[in-house]
Design a protein around this ligand. Structure first.
Ligand code: AMP
Length: 224
């Protein structure tokens, strides 16, 4: 594998594990392109595209969007110019099929995944976090009524956008998303462990502490 100085990192974890929050911080610090499949689908919905409508029908039920559609969207995105220094994938891959398609596409370009950071959080904590989560309608930054309140109530600290609760964070759909995660995404932990790429991080700690652990794990892997 030769990534020519580019870094290819995957953030793995259940919905609510803190992938989005951490991804923004890490991507900024390391100059990586933050690619969040859920954010891309929500942007497609906001723009009223056909892809957005297809995605909506699955997302509102807490189900995964079909692999074919998702893989095509992500493989298109990772070749954009802002990916020159590397990518931080958040929410993708979520199935073995997606992981294999990603590996194949990178291998064809003489590249590969450097590291998979698995943020582990208990089930009770995940449900609590999801039901308390609000995100910015404009830039999708996540907030939480328990741990991460915005400075001004209802407004995003970064862009001033309106905060709202994602329909799929309501309890019934959040539970479904967790079931889907355990059935379809957990097998990736074994897949990347066998590939010698997985590092487990305790996601139950405070946001800053988890961030430091993630940065340290990347530093160890790339020898910085
Ligand atoms: P997220 O914002 O990552 O929690 O994703 C929200 C929803 O978007 C998920 O519940 C899925 O319906 C869909 N989605 C996001 N990423 C993927 C993916 N890699 N594969 C399939 N569906 C996805």
């Amino acid at each position: 594998m030769s990534n020519e100085g580019q870094l290819h990192v995957i953030l793995l974890g259940a919905p609510g594990a803190g992938k989005g929050t951490q991804a923004v911080l890490i991507a900024q610090r390391l100059g990586l392109a933050h690619i969040a499949s859920g954010d891309l689908f929500r942007q497609e919905q906001n723009s009223g595209s056909e892809l957005g409508e297809i995605a909506r029908s699955y997302m509102e039920k807490g189900l995964l969007v079909p692999d074919e559609v998702t893989v095509k969207m992500i493989l298109g995105r990772i070749t954009d110019p802002d990916c020159a220094k590397g990518i931080l994938l958040d929410g993708f891959p979520r199935t073995l099929e997606q992981a294999k398609a990603l590996d194949q596409a990178l291998t064809e370009q003489g590249k590969g995944i450097d590291l998979v950071l698995y943020i582990k959080v208990s089930n009770e904590e995940l449900l609590m976090r999801l039901s308390g989560r609000w995100i910015c309608r404009n830039c999708q930054a996540p907030y939480n009524v328990v741990e991460l309140l915005p400075k001004v109530s209802g407004k995003c600290d970064h862009c001033g956008g309106e905060l709202y609760q994602r329909p799929d964070d309501k309890e019934e759909t959040a539970r479904k998303r967790l079931d889907v995660y355990f059935a379809q995404t957990m097998p990736l932990i074994e897949y990347y462990t066998e590939a010698g790429k997985l590092v487990e991080i305790d996601g139950g700690k405070a946001i800053e502490a988890v961030g430091e652990d993630l940065i340290a794990a990347i530093g160890v892997r790339i020898g910085r």
